[in-house]
Design a protein around this ligand. Structure first.
Ligand code: E4P
Length: 219
């Protein structure tokens, strides 16, 4: 399973990369705005800065919502770096844009997926990734993890190569369940990845080992 970090914060991306388990980054317009990145040139420069840190894929989302606008913006984003994946919303023109980018060999991440039907449509259009939003479904009392299970099942039925990129992952159990269900990728805040480190028996076990070592050494 690949680990992507869901942030536009360069320090967090560096920290995740230093941990040695980072495969990529996802961003969205809200995450870019949170970092105070505005204006076309600044946004592009920021994507390039992210690409310099990570080894693999970086999702950069288009702002346009019409077909021509998404094509223009997506092409510009894809030109910034080989690692860029053009993130396209699950709307009618978005599906058409995904089909176009697929024919041009440009990778896409179809975002704002909330149903298995939408995921099927994105795979048929040739999306490289689909991003089902687990946490936002849970927030409105729908089962986000059940959606991951449905999409994995459908893609296996027909051998779609579109990767299931579980998004809106809020805690470690989301991540672990996604791994059990066979999601290809999870994208989440750094604290969810570092949360995997934690177990009280690891802490008490290590303390005991060190205490026994010190005792034997007469310290
Ligand atoms: C990732 O691609 C999504 O934009 C992101 O995971 C959304 O997460 P949120 O629901 O926590 O904003």
């Amino acid at each position: 399973m690949k680990f992507f970090i869901d942030t536009a914060n360069l320090d967090e991306i560096r920290e995740a990369h230093d941990l040695g388990v980072l495969d990529g980054v996802t961003t969205n317009p809200s995450l870019m705005a949170k970092e105070g990145i505005t204006g076309d040139a600044n946004i592009k420069a920021h994507y390039q800065a992210i690409c310099k840190i990570v080894d693999d894929k970086v999702s950069a989302e288009v702002i346009a919502t019409d077909y021509q606008g998404m094509i223009k913006e997506g092409k510009e984003l894809a030109k910034l770096d080989d690692k860029i994946v053009v993130k396209i919303p699950m709307i009618r023109d978005g599906v058409k844009a995904i089909r176009y980018f697929h024919s041009e060999g440009i990778r896409t991440n179809c975002t704002l997926i909330f149903s298995s039907g939408q995921a099927l449509l994105a795979a048929k259009a040739g999306a490289t990734y689909v991003s089902p939003f687990i946490g936002r479904l849970d927030d409105i009392s729908f089962d986000g993890l059940e959606l991951i299970s449905q999409i994995v099942h459908i893609y296996q039925n027909y051998g779609y190569t579109t990767e299931v990129l579980a998004a809106s992952v809020r805690h470690t159990m989301h991540l672990i369940k996604c791994a059990e269900l066979g999601a290809d990728v999870v994208t989440c805040p750094l604290k969810v990845i570092t949360g995997l480190l934690k177990h009280p028996l690891t802490d008490s076990g290590l303390a005991q080992f060190l205490a026994d070592h010190a005792k034997a050494a007469g310290k």
